[in-house]
Design a protein around this ligand. Structure first.
Ligand code: CAA
Length: 394
């Protein structure tokens, strides 16, 4: 019999403070509507010195750890483009912080924002080969462009953790992905740079061109149409980017498809609007946002269930590599959702002044000297000793 493989659990973490983009707009002498409507953002998560990819990734896993059968866990993968070391994988720090067994295989994957999708599909093939085992895939990043740059409003930070297994509760992945890659320079971060370099307008154009290509190829290959999909989910460096891609998909749509897919897109973009770009985690934040908002929406009107819904996901990593893939929501998906605690996590964040945000930005990559502030709870990065990064738990 065929093995069904996909996402069984999803955990999320965002830092404890945010910047309102209207405050940023005023400080940069920009019309606030440009950021809220033109870019499509409301708030962005701001990391403190103590929030790095290891602490954020460990915190995202901690949310789902009680549901994980550690005896079955065979592999832990981190997808990131905010690496903390040129050699050692961030996943080994995370594995240690969570006290996971030494027999577990572990490594990090890099291809800009595509890294976690690469991890998800490594996990898919791993579980296909070993259906009794599970894999943890973590997307953890700090999106940084620099103070006063055009990309500044599209920053963010946080992590998403996904448990991949056979017969998952949330989403079964289909084996029908369409890939496309090319060697281009739309966004990159040379060794030694703490901020990304980006050809912003070009990057948005490549994103759309790649999307159009894989979307057309997928439809030719499968003969599936828009009416076969409940939702189209996108990598959201900022929510307007996904809206532009959705418009490409809807070019020849009828009114019903258009309404349904626009409504579902709006629900998929709510967390990103409040958090900003998570790079590798962004597509999975939109999946989580859609699941947690559409579920409430359906419970009020439809048959109360998203189970059976076919969805499509578009992953894009600059450089550039993309994948269009699909999956089906499973009957047990509610067991994997935490809408209330995620709403609490987002609402409990502290609003920073622009001045506080600029200070956190400047000291983020400073070494030992920064007086590390502890978070209220969870894992945190505690500075460097003897060239080795230290971590602790509040
Ligand atoms: N009211 C409403 N809208 C307004 C406005 C106002 N007062 N003033 C301007 N706008 C609109 C503009 O019309 C424009 O909308 P459209 O794109 O729909 O035409 C929008 O605001 C943005 O304005 P600009 O075109 O002037 O763009 P910008 O110079 O501010 O730069 C950006 C925008 C290129 C996205 C920049 O933020 C950037 O470089 N971001 C980082 C790169 C990025 O995220 N690229 C995405 C693709 S790459 C990727 O996906 C990988 C990744 O994660 C990085």
């Amino acid at each position: 019999t065929e093995v069904h493989i996909g996402i069984d659990r999803m955990g999320m973490f965002v830092p404890e403070q945010y910047l309102d983009v209207e405050d940023l707009a005023r400080a940069r002498h920009v019309e606030p509507a440009k950021f809220t409507r033109g870019i499509g953002q409301s708030r962005m998560s701001v990391p403190r010195h103590c929030d790095d990819i290891v602490s954020m990734g460990a915190n995202a896993i901690a949310e789902i750890l009680p549901d994980i059968d550690i005896d079955r866990l065979g592999l832990l993968i981190v997808g990131t483009e905010s690496g903390i070391d040129q050699s050692k994988s961030s996943s080994l720090f995370i594995k240690h912080l969570l006290n996971l067994a030494n027999r577990i295989e572990s490594f990090e994957i890099k291809e800009a924002c595509f890294g976690a999708t690469a991890g998800l599909f490594v996990a898919y093939h791993y579980v296909a080969a070993h259906p009794d085992r599970t894999v943890l895939v973590v997307a953890s990043d700090v999106a940084r462009y620099g103070l006063g740059t055009a990309g500044e409003v599209t920053q963010g930070a946080g992590a998403i953790a996904m448990l991949v297994s056979a017969d998952p509760d949330i989403l079964v992945l289909n084996d029908d992905a369409e890939d496309y890659s090319d060697d281009i320079n739309d966004f990159w971060r040379p060794n030694g740079h703490t901020e990304a370099l980006v050809d912003g307008k070009y990057s948005t154009q490549v994103y759309l061109d790649f999307f159009r290509h894989v979307f057309d190829e997928y439809r030719d290959k499968t003969a599936l149409g828009l009416d076969d999909f409940g939702a189209l989910l996108f990598h959201l460096p900022f929510t307007k980017m996904g809206m532009k891609a959705l418009r490409v998909a809807l070019e020849d749509a009828d009114v019903d498809d258009r309404k349904r897919l626009e409504h579902n897109f709006e629900m998929s973009a709510r967390y990103s609007r409040d958090v900003g770009n998570l790079y590798t985690g962004s597509l999975y934040l939109s999946l989580l946002s859609w699941l947690e908002h559409a579920d409430l929406d359906q419970a009020g009107s439809g048959d109360g269930s998203l189970a059976g819904t076919r969805i499509a996901l578009f992953s894009y990593g600059s450089g550039a590599m993309c994948k269009f893939f699909t999956g089906r929501i499973q009957p047990g998906y509610r067991r994997g959702l935490r809408a209330e605690s995620h709403a609490r996590m987002l609402n409990a964040r502290k609003r920073l002044t622009v001045q506080e945000y600029e200070q956190l930005f400047d000291e983020y990559y400073a070494s030992e000297d920064v007086q590390t502030e502890k978070p209220e709870s969870g894992f945190y990065y505690a500075g460097v000793k003897h060239d080795i990064r230290q971590y602790s738990r509040a």
